[in-house]
Design a protein around this ligand. Structure first.
Ligand SMILES: [Zn+2]
Length: 420
C-alpha cells in the first residue's frame, strides 16, 4: 500500500485554518521533522540560560500535525525552530502533549522514504530526539507511553545524600552564585551548566565569590536576578522594557548591580523604581525623556527621616544610565552639611541680631550659585538642564527634527547640540 504524505492530504485544510490566524508564519509539517533534531528543554525557551545567544537564529513556524487520538482533527501550533541547524525546540510540557502525534507523522515520513528508496534520515522517530538538556544526576530519562519520565538509577547512599543536599542549595532563594568547588566560573541557578556539576561539588553563595569569573552564557540573567531580588518574576520584564531599549550592556548592568547595589521594581511599562540603600527613586518616562523622583524626607536632629511620597528631583535625561549615575552620586552627606550650616546660622543670628540676617542671605545666594554652576552643572551639562531650559530646547529640537529625513541626520543634529 502506498503511504500518502499528510502534506498532500491536508494542504487545503491547513491553508483554510491559517486564514483565521492573525500572524503569518510558514508551515512546518510534522512529517518534515524526519530531517530535524527535536530538542527538549526543561524550561520554556525564553527562560533558557543561553537564550540571548540562541535568539539570533530562532524563528517561528506553524507546526501542523494530525491529532490522531480524537476524530483525526488537524492541529496547528506556534513553535520555535532554528532553521539553519534544523532544530525544533519544545519544552517538557509541550513535548508530553504532542509527542505521540509527531511520532506517527515521523513514522509516516520514514515509510515514505522507504517506499521511494530514498536514503533514510533516521530509523525510528526517537532518533530525532535530543534529551541531553533533561539530564539529572541520579536519574535516567525515559519515554513511557509517549510521556517523559525520570527513573531513579542505582546510586550509592552517599550520592543520594549529595543529591538531596543539592536540591536544598538550589531551593534557597537567597543563593545567587552557583559554582563547582573546583570550577573557575559562577552561574545563575537556571544555567544549564549547573545541572552538569556533580551534586557533591556544587556550592552556592549570596555574595559574589572572589577569584571566580562569570559564565558568559548566564551572566546577564544572574545580574537581572540580583537586580530584581524583591520581585523575581520581573527579571525579563525590566530588562525588556528598560535596560535593553537603553542599550545597557552587561558591563553597565554589572556596575549598577554589583558595585552600586541597586535593586529594581517595575511599576508599569514607563515607571521604574530604584532602591539604593535606604533611599528609593522613581524614574518615569514622559515622551522620550526620563524624569527622576526622589522619596520625601524630613530633616531631624539625628539626620533625616524618610516619609511617604516622592518629589520631582528636577533631573531629566534621555538616558537611564545617566540617571543611575546621578542616583549613585547623590550623597546624603550634602544634606547633612546643609542642616549643620543652618544650625550655625541660627546661632550667629541669636548672637548678632538682624544684621546677621542680611549677611546669611547673601552668603546663601553665593553658595547656591556656586553649587549650581560647579557640581551639578559641570558633571551633567550634556544631559541635564533646568526645567525651563529643557522645555525650550525640546521645542526647538522637535521643530528641527521634524524636518529631517534620516536617522543619521538626526544623530548629527543631536551631536551638534551637545558641543554647544
Ligand atoms: Zn552559566
Amino acid at each position: 500500500m502506498q503511504v500518502v504524505s499528510e502534506k498532500v492530504l491536508y494542504e487545503a485544510e491547513v491553508s483554510k485554518l491559517l486564514e483565521s490566524k492573525p500572524v503569518l508564519y510558514e508551515v512546518l509539517w510534522a512529517e518534515d521533522l524526519v530531517d530535524y533534531t527535536i530538542k527538549v528543554t526543561p524550561v520554556p525557551l525564553k527562560r533558557h540560560s543561553d537564550y540571548a545567544s540562541l535568539k539570533r537564529n530562532l524563528s517561528n513556524r506553524y507546526l501542523a500535525f494530525m491529532n490522531t487520538a480524537g476524530r483525526g482533527r488537524l492541529r496547528i501550533l506556534v513553535c520555535t525552530i532554528d532553521a539553519k541547524q534544523k532544530i525544533l525546540y519544545l519544552n517538557e510540557t509541550e513535548f508530553n502533549g504532542i509527542w505521540r502525534f509527531l511520532k506517527s507523522a515521523i513514522n509516516r515520513a520514514i515509510a515514505i522514504q522507504r517506499e521511494e528508496n530514498q536514503g533514510r534520515s533516521i530509523n525510528k522517530p526517537e532518533d530525532a530526539l535530543d534529551l541531553s538538556e533533561l539530564y539529572r544526576q541520579g536519574y535516567a530519562v525515559e519515554i513511557k507511553n509517549d510521556i517523559l519520565c525520570y527513573v531513579e538509577t542505582d546510586i550509592s547512599e552517599e550520592e543520594r545524600f549529595f543529591i538531596s543536599e543539592r536540591d536544598r542549595i538550589l531551593g534557597k532563594k537567597n543563593n545567587i552564585y552557583f559554582y563547582a568547588v573546583q570550577g573557575n566560573r559562577y552561574h545563575d541557578r537556571d544555567c544549564l551548566n549547573v545541572k552538569f556539576i556533580n551534586a557533591k561539588d556544587l556550592r552556592a553563595s549570596v555574595e559574589k565569590p572572589e577569584k571566580l569569573c562569570a559564565c558568559t552564557k548566564c551572566h546577564r540573567r544572574l545580574l537581572m536576578r540580583k537586580a530584581t531580588l524583591l520581585h523575581p518574576n520581573q527579571i525579563r520584564a525590566i530588562d525588556n522594557s528598560f535596560f535593553i531599549p537603553n542599550d545597557i550592556s552587561d558591563f553597565q548592568l554589572e556596575k549598577i548591580v554589583e558595585q552600586y547595589g541597586f535593586v529594581f521594581e517595575m511599576m508599569d511599562h514607563r515607571t521604574l523604581k530604584v532602591f539604593n540603600g535606604e533611599d528609593s527613586w522613581i524614574i518615569r518616562l514622559y515622551g522620550d525623556v526620563y524624569t527622576l523622583f526622589h522619596n520625601n524626607y524630613k530633616m531631624v536632629e539625628s539626620g533625616r527621616r524618610i516619609r511617604g511620597g516622592y518629589h520631582d528631583q528636577n533631573v531629566r535625561s534621555e538616558s537611564l544610565m545617566v540617571l543611575f549615575e546621578y542616583i549613585h552620586e547623590y550623597s546624603f552627606n550634602k544634606h547633612v552639611e546643609a542642616s549643620k550650616r543652618k544650625r550655625q546660622d541660627k546661632i550667629l543670628k541669636a548672637k548678632y541680631g538682624s544684621l546677621m540676617d542680611r549677611y546669611i542671605q547673601l552668603k546663601n545666594k553665593i553658595r547656591m550659585r556656586r553649587y549650581n554652576r560647579k557640581s551639578k552643572y559641570r558633571f551633567y551639562k550634556n544631559n541635564f538642564v533646568t526645567q525651563k531650559q529643557y522645555n525650550k530646547t525640546i521645542d526647538k529640537m522637535i521643530k528641527a527634527a521634524k524636518q529631517m529625513e534620516s536617522k543619521e541626520e538626526l544623530i548629527r543634529y543631536y551631536e551638534s547640540l551637545k558641543k554647544k
